[in-house]
Design a protein around this ligand. Structure first.
Ligand code: NFS
Ligand code: SF4
Length: 666
């Protein structure tokens, strides 16, 4: 490799103190990171590629197309709008397939659990019964495993079914939303079918009308959000417990000098949960002691990290952009990976250290890694085998550097049920108080900051956007690597309420919650769909998601999954603003995303390169929705007298925070 590193020269875009510290140390001097590759490559991205008008869907191409130039259409005659739409739709299909393949594994694991064939159990029976109702499963006289087995089988059917009926969860959406989906014939059918149909329609010579292509794009994305992702979230909650608020730590500093450090990187919680169980087994701890370590320290990376952080309080070492840095500390015995968002470079970085990258899934192997197949039916045994391998490495550890100065406490675990519980209190857990506080203007609206980190842009963008939103009384819900990034800068702490506007601060202080709520991994964006639906159902904010003062962003998106998520939010009625989209090469298609979709779905795409501008656009949308609901005037009242405080504390139930999560908070 000819790219060189020079201390921290290549880190001009890094603001994370821990990352900079690690990269400035001698032990990391040979580590080439993605930052270095971005620098070496410069910003000369291909305009056709980034604008979405490069087509290589057949072997007459590749064709690079310029909109409005007659000679520069595809060899087959495809125009810029068709090609941009096809590429965008394929991105959605790819993102959907990733969530879907993950979800299928979870459903299969759920079925095995119901049969007693895994070390896991059906933990959340309340949610099990709620889901039984959604699936129409009779519960009378059946034990929890029987109910789970029936739900599991029906859920599995949602992936592969061939009839034209929508997937089960669609019926959870507000009635008005379901009508819109019916009108455009985009209620998702079998999830796999929507992906296959999308791939078919984008094949050379099939669907060549961008509007028609994007009807399937919307349907495919909805199959992700209301189909596979929602199934994954709900069944994972039932198996491993619905998250409740708890304190934890997010930083590279969670690695421990005197323990065997195992980072779990990827997406499927079945592996991570099994590792959590195995790491507590006496024989494993004994083995670690024999190797001279005080224990086994598990730490998460990326979305797997978010899953075990939310449910077990297991710390997150790194988000997507820090995966190489975790190894560069020299303190990691093994990075155990499964699927998605694992950069091939981790195996290269690991070569400079004693670290082994252990792949565990037959679908995802990597040169330079050790493969130990994780078998769900023998989950504990598999996990032990992986840990044994890691423990053996402990003795080989050389110099290491763990940054310890920047470890920040975070409060995580805001499932849609806990948001409801925290705000509503023990006796009347509901979204009423949230709706009331939006109506009275203490909370201006709700924003979702989701998605990835991206080496191409400065890493403080989530923070800039979140600070601007909370300053303007917008409650922020965060998932994925965006949530991890916001945790690193202290915004997931109740103390961050000080930075919020007066209305939001008042509520956060009364309830003891942060102004930015960590709602989980990327598949857990489906929680936000349910939260939005509950807000509609509660009343007072219109009859559909599109009427809510709500906006979403994935400002540093890099993965195709983020585009699928963006599209299912748009098709569900939300305003979604990214920092760029791969469609700029076609004004016609971009207009479809930015304007026509709003007419159809009430939600739309938007872009804003500057993070402050992006936040302002989200706020402008929220204000537009407030005005349409006729609640814009109420916001003029921002100062609270004692009576209003009392009202906030008891009248609405917000002060009654004796929820099961509260004990973790104090
Ligand atoms: Ni989401 Fe999770 Fe992170 Fe982006 Fe990747 S880990 S599923 S895709 S990078 S947020
Ligand atoms: Fe070119 Fe058309 Fe083939 Fe695409 S499908 S590569 S535009 S000829």
């Amino acid at each position: 490799m000819s790219i060189k590193r020079n201390g921290c020269e290549g880190c001009s875009e890094i603001t994370c103190t821990s990352t900079k510290e690690v990269l400035s140390k001698d032990i990391a001097k040979n580590v080439i990171t993605a930052y270095d590759r971005v620098q070496a490559r410069g910003m000369s991205a291909c305009l056709f590629g980034s604008g979405g008008t490069c087509c290589r869907n057949c072997n007459m191409g590749p064709c690079q197309i310029i909109e409005g130039v007659d000679d520069l259409i595809g060899i087959c005659g495809a125009t810029a709008d068709t090609v941009a739409a096809r590429n965008f739709a394929r991105t959605i299909a790819s993102g959907t397939s990733a969530h879907t393949d993950h979800a299928r594994e979870m459903v299969k694991g759920f079925i095995e659990t119901a049969k007693g064939e895994t070390p896991h159990e059906i933990k959340d029976e309340v949610k099990l019964h709620m889901l039984a109702e959604v699936f129409g499963v009779e519960t009378e006289g059946k034990d929890k495993n029987e109910i789970a087995l029936e739900i599991g089988k029906m859920a599995l059917n949602d992936f592969g079914k061939q009839d034209d009926e929508p997937v089960t969860m669609v019926k959870r959406a507000p009635a008005k939303r379901q009508e819109i989906w019916k009108k455009y014939n985009i209620a998702p059918r079998g999830v796999d079918r929507e992906v296959v149909e999308m791939m078919h329609r984008t094949h050379m010579g099939v669907d060549q009308d961008y509007r028609n292509l994007m009807l399937q794009g919307a349907r495919c994305a909805l199959a992700d959000g209301w189909g596979s992702s929602m199934l994954s979230t709900e069944l994972t909650d039932i198996m491993f417990g619905t998250p409740v608020p708890r304190r934890a730590i997010v930083d590279l500093g969670v690695l421990k000098e005197d323990q065997v450090n195992v980072t779990v990187h990827g997406h499927e919680p079945l592996l991570a949960e099994a590792l959590c169980l195995a790491a507590q087994e006496p024989d494993m701890l004994e083995l670690a002691k024999k190797a001279g370590a005080k224990g086994i320290n598990l730490a998460g990376v990326c979305c797997t990290g978010n899953e075990i952080l939310m449910r077990r309080g297991i710390p997150v070492a790194a988000g997507f952009i820090q995966q190489e840095m975790a190894i560069a500390t020299g303190a990691v015995e093994a990075m155990v990976v499964d699927v998605q968002c694992i950069m091939q470079s981790v195996a290269e970085v690991a070569k400079s250290f004693h670290t082994d990258v252990i792949t565990t899934n037959y679908r995802a192997k990597m040169p330079g890694a050790v493969h130990i197949q994780f078998e769900e039916e023998e989950a504990l045994q598999s996990a032990k085998e992986i840990l044994t391998h890691a423990i053996k490495n402990y003795k080989k550890r050389g110099d290491c550097f763990i940054p310890t100065e920047n470890k920040l406490d975070v409060v995580v675990g805001f499932s849609h049920e806990t948001i409801n519980y925290m705000l509503g209190g023990r006796f009347r857990s509901s979204y009423r108080p949230l709706n009331d506080n939006i109506i009275n203007g203490r909370i201006r609206g709700v924003a979702a900051i989701v998605g990835c980190d991206n080496y191409k842009l400065p890493d403080d963008r989530h923070e800039i956007i979140a600070r601007e939103l909370i300053k303007n009384d917008v409650l922020v819900l965060a998932t994925g690597c965006a949530a991890t990034a916001l945790g690193r800068v202290g915004l997931l702490r109740p103390e961050a309420a000080r930075e919020a506007g007066p209305g939001l601060a008042e509520i956060c202080e009364t309830v003891g919650m942060p102004p930015v709520l960590h709602c989980g991994s990327c598949v857990d964006n489906s929680r936000l769909l349910i939260a939005a639906t509950e807000m509609v159902r509660e009343g007072g904010l219109g009859e559909d998601i599109s009427e809510l003062p709500l906006a979403g962003t994935a400002p540093l998106w890099m993965s195709e999954k983020a585009v699928a998520i963006g599209q299912y939010f748009v098709s569900s009625g939300a305003y979604v603003c990214f920092q760029n989209l791969p469609t700029s090469g076609s004004k016609v298609f971009t207009k479809h995303l930015f304007e026509e979709m709003e007419e159809m779905y009430g939600g739309r795409w938007d872009v804003a390169e500057d993070p402050l501008e992006l936040a302002k656009q989200m706020i402008a949308h929220i204000d537009k929705k407030r005005a349409a609901l006729g609640i814009d005037k109420k916001r003029e009242r921002v100062l609270f007298d004692m009576e209003m405080r009392r009202d906030l504390g008891t009248g609405s139930g917000i002060g009654d925070v004796g929820c099961h999560g509260q004990q973790h908070l104090s």
